[in-house]
Structure formats: C-alpha cells, structure tokens
Ligand binder design. Structure first.
Ligand code: ADP
Ligand code: MG
Length: 579
C-alpha cells in the first residue's frame, strides 16, 4: 500500500470533515469530475482528427446497489493511466483538470467547460464512503487500473478490467449513522433529486437505469374477471436537462419555455409576470435569468423567508440561494446567476471574494428596477397587481435604506389619490399639482373611505390639492424616511424637492395671511374658553386652540390632531399591532 503524499493524512482529515457543510455534494463533485473527463475526450476529438468519439460515449452514468451499499458514477471519458491515478488521486490538492485547463487555455474556446480546479472535490466521497474504488482505463490504452482507498492511510493500485476507456468511481457507503441520508443515496428518487439539484445543467447527459412498471397486454381469452397484470422493467433515463435555459439567447427561447422553467424550478403554480434576462461580458462574464412572480409566497413577510438567487459556476450549482445577489426590497425576485469567472472557495459552496457578487448584484438591481419601471409605465394594470403583492416590501426598502436608493425606489411606489380615486405615482402627483402648491399631502389611516371623510383631508382638497390616502402600516414611516420627493423636471433643470406633509399633523402652512390674523385674534379672544376646555378634558389633551385647517364649520367644527411625528390614525394602528 502507498501512503498518501505530503502531510496528507491530516490534510485529508481536514478536507473530509471540515471543508464541506453538506455531505450530499459528494455526488456533485464526482459528476463534475466525470463531466470534465468527458469534456477532455471531446476536446481531444476536436483537436485531433484521429480521435473519433461517438455521441453515446459522451455520457455519465449513475447507479447504486442497495445490497452492496455502493453508489457508482461512471463515465466514458478520457480515463486515467496508472501514473495519472497516482498523481491525481494520490496527491491531495493536485488538479489534473486545472493543468489541462492551463495547458489548453488558448485552444479551448467555448466548446469545453472544465469544472475542476482545486484538486480536492474527489475526496468529498470519503464524507459518505468508507472505501472508494476508482477503476479507470485511459483513452488509447488497453490496460485498466483500480485505485482503492479507505481515505485514511493510503491507497493501493492494482491491475483491473474495464471494457472501454473511462472511469468508474464506486463508493462503498459507511455503515454507521445518518441512515436517512444513506437511504437517499441508495434510492432512485434520492439520487435523481441530487442530480437535478446540483447537476441539472451539466452539459452531458447523466443517465440512470430507472425502475418502471407497465401493464401486460390483456390476453385474448381473458374472462370477465380479468385483472390487469403488471411487469417491472428498467429503462435508461436522462436525468439532467443539460442546456441551461439562461445561457440560450433570449430570442431562441419562447415565453412558454421560460414560464415552464420558472414554475418547475421555483415551485410556483402561476406564470411569472416578468422574465428578466441578463448577459454581461467584460471583466466579469455572467448570465442571469430572473423572474418576478405574480404573487407573493405565503411566507414572504415571515422571518423564515430566505431571499436569494441560485448561483451556478460552469453549469454546476454552487449555492441554492445566494443572498448577496438581491437587496431586501427585491427579495421576491427568483432566478439564477451563472458565471465561469467566479473565484470559488475551495469547497465550492461559497465564493472567495464578495466584491464579484456585489458587482453583479448592483447590475441586477438596476435591471430589476428598470423592468419594474417599464411595467409601471407601459402596463399599469399588471403593475398595480404587482404592487399590491410586493409594494409593502418596496416601502420597507425606503424606510431601511440610506441615500441614493430612496429616490429611485420612491419612483416605483403607488399611492391612492383622493382626487383621482385610483393609484398614482409620486411623479403623477407632482405633475398634477396646481401652481402654488408646495408640498405633497398625505393622510394615513385604516381605510380609504374613512380617510376621505376626514375634515383635514377635505380642507386640503378644498384648496384644490390632492391628498394621498395611505392605509398600510409602513406608509407613514416610509414618508418620514423620505421627508420629501422630487426630481429635475427635465435634464439640466434644477432639482425641486417638495416636502411630504401629513395633513393630520403639524402646520401645513396653507392659510392666507388674513386667515392667520383672524385665527390669532380668535385665539386671543377665547383664551379663557380654551383654558377651561383643556381643564375639562382633564389631561387627555395637551392643547386646545384655533385651527385654520378645517374645511368649514358646517362640515366639521372641530378636529383632533397629534403633535408628535406619527398621526393619530397611525398611533391607533400601531397600538393594535402585536409587539
Ligand atoms: P478537481 O476536479 O478540482 O481537479 P478532484 O479532486 O475532483 O479535483 O479531482 C482530482 C483530479 O483527478 C482531477 O483534476 C482529474 O485530473 C482526476 N479525475 C478525477 N475524476 C476523474 C475521472 N472521472 N476521470 C478522469 N480523471 C479524473
Ligand atoms: Mg473535481
């Protein structure tokens, strides 16, 4: 037996027990290696006219044996010689694939998509296996060799038999703990699931012999009491879908196909309202495919909800939900990002540098904003439906984000206009403002009907000004965080921001000089009366005075207002919310 090279024992132990958080990725790693091996053979056939490779050779097979407790990944790829087995599998952190990639960097082009690079993925097999047997026959050689190791001490290499070129990696599963997992690895559906989850877009077919049942033909002489009979048989199935839909150009894919992909991969019953495709080239090349769902998942506003886009590198899934790719306020967006340029962490479960992710995230955020703005402008009905589902999150976004984002996000908001009696944007509100109106007015409360009846709302409307009627708990906070809204009316023009004012709190500054004077006089004249009223209300109010903000005495002779930052209506809502 040969001992592992270098201080391998310790390293191997570290590798096996601490790099990966997720045992099941061993299958992803072995399939990736098989794909690389097939890729290398394919590359050979492209560059060497003597090498002919049949299409059926470019495949990967996965099988299991419940009795022997083995899972096997086979490929008919380039294979390994005895020396290569020793070099590639006997030396931890030696990547034959990285060497290949570097050696052929110029010739490779788009036709090859080597996944391996760290030279450690293979050893993940020892997370679940007590022994791993690699039987391999190099392309062009007539001898096969079998490498066997328990992943602890070392390995042996012995002559073996294999009918053609390629490699079989057989894992003998550990017989201890985690029986549940091992049941998964030793079952058709379990392996299928893992293949779909991590390796769905590996470019070569991943095949399994699958159990099937079929009804036997009814015999001609069958009597009335005939019961149908069934037989079991196996059929080779290709499990992965191979071509990542996000890598195909948008013009080649139908809306139907995008919708189907969305529904099956993101488990929704309804089509998405928008599909966003991004292809970026340059310092960082990547493809992204994002979807805006038509309705919010039931747990969107719960603590358990996890935002994020799936992250792929070279067609292999690295992370199911990469949070860094989406800001909180776009947490409802589903989709995938795929880039060969990502610098992966050695476990290939995370990235080395988040700056790459941040750069992608920034671009994607812009794209999402752009798509939503287009929908707002060109398909208002759809946008209103969208906003009803996800608007609350956008408002929270304004409330919780600083600086730049606020204005751009505010452009995406809709509020109910008391004047127009429909949802409008802040821009539309601004555009409809009559000469002389220098604030945006809003009222917050339980329902549009109640708000519309508020005397202070009526008073503002009597001046010819519109009032936004806000009924969501987050509205007032959102407006307070914004303080004002505005933008240059045209390029080069000055930035004009109008303050946002709650009609129910503070001074609106709408009264004329005369009205002001009259109010001051009335206040002076009735000082005694107001004092008596305040005393009579016995600590329930902080002040009684004259107001200029009521529509008319017939409509409402008096109103209650709050002095703090939050309106009375809002206080009511807040006090009803659970802590
Ligand atoms: P990586 O894939 O990152 O290079 P691995 O530990 O997964 O590292 O594999 C180590 C090396 O072993 C690979 O680079 C490759 O040269 C070789 N190898 C592994 N599996 C196979 C296979 N199925 N066929 C041919 N070579 C293989
Ligand atoms: Mg590998």
């Amino acid at each position: 037996m040969k001992k592992f090279k270098t201080e391998s024992k310790k390293l191997l132990d570290l590798m096996i027990n601490s790099i990966y958080t997720n045992k099941e990725i061993f299958l992803r790693e072995l399939i990736s290696n098989a794909s690389d091996a097939v890729d290398k053979l394919y590359f050979k056939s492209l560059t060497d006219s003597d090498v002919k490779v049949g299409k059926d050779e470019l495949a990967i097979h996965v099988s299991f044996d419940r009795d022997a407790r083995t899972v096997t990944v086979s490929d008919s790829g380039i294979g390994m010689t005895k020396d290569e087995l020793e070099k590639n599998l006997g030396t931890i952190a030696h990547s034959g694939s990285l060497e290949f990639k570097t050696d052929n960097a110029e010739a490779q082009g788009d036709d090859v998509d080597i996944i391996g690079q760290f030279g450690v993925g293979f050893y993940s097999a020892f997370m679940v296996g007590k022994e791993v047997r690699v039987t391999s026959r190099a392309f062009g050689s007539d001898e096969a060799w079998c490498w066997v190791s328990d992943g602890v001490e070392g390995y042996t290499i012995e002559a073996a038999e294999r009918s053609g070129h390629g490699t079989d990696v057989a894992i003998v599963l550990k017989d201890n703990a985690d029986e549940e997992n091992y049941d998964t690895y030793l079952s058709e559906w379990g392996l299928k699931n893992l293949i779909k989850k991590y390796s769905n877009y590996v470019r070569y077919p991943i095949q399994m012999e699958c159990d099937k049942t079929r009804e036997l033909p009814k015999p001609e002489d069958a009597g009335d009491d005939y019961k149908p009979e069934f037989e079991h048989y196996t059929e080779t199935e290709t499990i992965n879908s191979m071509i990542p839909i996000w890598k195909r150009s948008k013009s080649d894919v139908t809306e139907e196909e995008y919708n189907e992909f969305y529904k099956s991969d993101f488990h929704d019953f309804a089509d998405p309202v928008r599909t966003i495709k991004v292809h970026a080239e340059g310092a960082l090349t990547y493809d992204a495919l994002m979807f805006i769902p038509s309705r919010a998942p039931y747990d969107l506003y719960s603590k358990d909800f996890k935002k994020g886009l799936a992250l792929y590198s070279s067609n292999v899934m690295i992370m199911e939900k990469c949070e860094e790719l989406l800001p909180d306020y776009f947490n409802f967006v589903r989709g995938v990002v795929d880039s060969q340029d990502l610098q992966l962490n050695i476990s290939r479960e995370t990235l080395q540098h988040n700056s790459q992710l941040r750069a992608i995230a920034k671009k994607l955020e812009k794209k999402i904003k752009g798509e939503l703005a287009t929908m707002r402008d060109n398909d208002r009905e759809a946008y209103e439906a969208f906003f009803e589902q996800f608007g609350r999150g956008l408002k929270y976004g304004i409330y919780t984000s600083y600086g730049m984002n606020k204005g751009e996000l505010a452009d995406l908001l809709l509020f109910y206009s008391a004047k127009e009696q429909k949802m409008i944007t802040l821009d539309e509100y601004m555009a409809a403002m009559p000469e002389g109106q220098d604030s945006i007015f809003y009222a917050a409360g339980e329902s549009v009907e109640r708000l519309a009846k508020m005397p202070v709302v009526k008073a503002v409307m009597n001046k010819g000004y519109d009032v936004l009627l806000c009924t969501q708990d987050v509205d007032e906070f959102c407006f307070q965080a914004m303080m004002g809204y505005g933008k240059p009316a045209a390029e080069g023009e000055e930035f004009t921001e109008k303050p946002l004012k709650n009609v129910a709190s503070g001074d609106l500054g709408l009264e004329t000089e005369d009205e002001k004077k009259a109010a001051e006089e009335a206040a002076k004249e009735n000082e005694g009366l107001f004092g008596a009223m305040k005393d009579a209300l016995d600590g329930h109010v902080s002040k009684v005075g004259v107001s200029t903000r009521l529509a008319s005495a017939e409509d409402a002779p008096a109103c209650i207002t709050a002095e703090g930052p939050v309106s009375l209506e809002m206080e009511k809502i807040l006090s009803q919310m659970p802590d």
